[in-house]
Design a protein around this ligand. Sequence first.
Ligand code: SAH
Ligand code: SF4
Ligand code: F3S
Length: 477
Amino acid sequence: MSLYNDNPTLDNLAKTIDQSKQGEVLVMDKKSGYEKHFYIESYGCQMNFSDSEIVASILAKEGYGSTRNMEEADLILINTCSIREKAELTVRKRLRVFDKIKQNRKGTLVGVLGCMAERLKAKLLEEEKLVDLVVGPDAYRDLPNLINAADDGEKGVNVFLSREETYADISPLRLGTNGITAFISIMRGCDNMCSFCVVPFTRGRERSRNAFTIVSEARDLFEKGYREVTLLGQNVDSYKWENPETKEKVNFAQLMEMVAHVDPLLRIRFSTSHPKDITSDVLYTMKKYDNICNYIHLPVQSGNSRILKLMNRTYDREWYMKKIDEIYSIIPDCAISSDMIAGFCTETEEEHQDTLSIMKYAKYSMSYMFYYSEREGTLAHRKYEDDIPLEVKKKRLSEIIELQNQISKEVNTKDIGKTFKVLIEGTSKRSDQDFKGRNSQNKMVIFPVKEGLKAGDYVLVNITEANSATLKGNIVE
Ligand code: SAH
Ligand code: SF4
Ligand code: F3S
């Protein structure tokens, strides 16, 4: 699932991208007994948050407990994102803060993990003197060695990208969890070469995780009381795993089916789907299982065929529209969300209008929206000029955001009067008199607390009110 928000000037408009967990500090449930402590901040997409839980698990075995207070940490980690320039600038700012802590507490180690570590490699050590460790997304198993070396004063870098690493055997230590919903990484890397995107360079080649370890992680979560898992990957529909013993192949539709069988009370979500890879098989599997949620994140990026070609998305406007038709015809109550990039290289005003019109066509329930940020080394950086002035990019983005808010409100208003099955996630942020939860379509639903019910229970909620971000209603008996 995408969680990003780095258009600060547009924050007030960007209600729909407000899900961002930028810079979230993650800690374990219970804290005790550990002699050493680590502090970790995570930025970027859900894959990074999921990786932070793998890192926590590796560190726990080394005797490190997590802390929310960086001042008491022996090890400060920042799991970074390179997707847009702003994401990297935020990390640089945080490093200044860590620098101060380090000056007051000698011996504290600072490590940069994730995509920025991978992109900048040893250069980070030259540019950021306080950094002791630079560890890429495929090298987390090496963290204990690197920490030991750093304790002895030797700065460490491991940015080796693997073709096999999936951390399949590592049971993630759930951080900052609500105990009800969790993410399961099913694959790593990306083999698509969208011309704007840095991910193939920071995350390496696509590889799928052993299907049985995915199912057993889902089962384990269910037994611990979790009721929803989101299967994560940059391009989940191209999941492909071969059982080395039987040579049997598992594709994404089959994997979903395997997870759906864990228990009818365990909900399944997935993210992200590349429009070119989502198959009818996946759609029919979603239709077949009640516990697979009717929600697809299907980023379009642009509504114009010429721009899509420059972006190397491998589909055009008409093809994407047909995919939307197919989804709504197989799963009429499916919610679809998207990502859009405003002001990609050479985009004309007319071509921008095509993005607005495809948004209306697709009736997205929500979107993550950005303006184009050129990334060094990508195809677009090498081949095209980043020629759209910043003000124009921002103007187009604000039009996209405004339209999305309007569409979200319209589609949500149509939910008034309907009754949805909602999984209670806890009490609402605003009032402990209200529960919050999501319906199958991934919409947040707020409704009055009822005695005897708790997080993890399913209830039927009749919708009485809606705005662009949430639905409100009442439990029906
Ligand atoms: N794998 C996912 C998305 C990964 S990145 C997919 O293919 O959909 C998340 C989103 O960031 C992308 O969908 C895109 O909208 C946006 N993005 C990626 N690179 C960008 C760039 N250089 N500038 C602006 N937005 C970008
Ligand atoms: Fe980037 Fe495209 Fe891969 Fe998504 S599918 S991670 S946008 S290269
Ligand atoms: Fe994710 Fe950012 Fe890396 S979006 S894959 S953390 S570049």
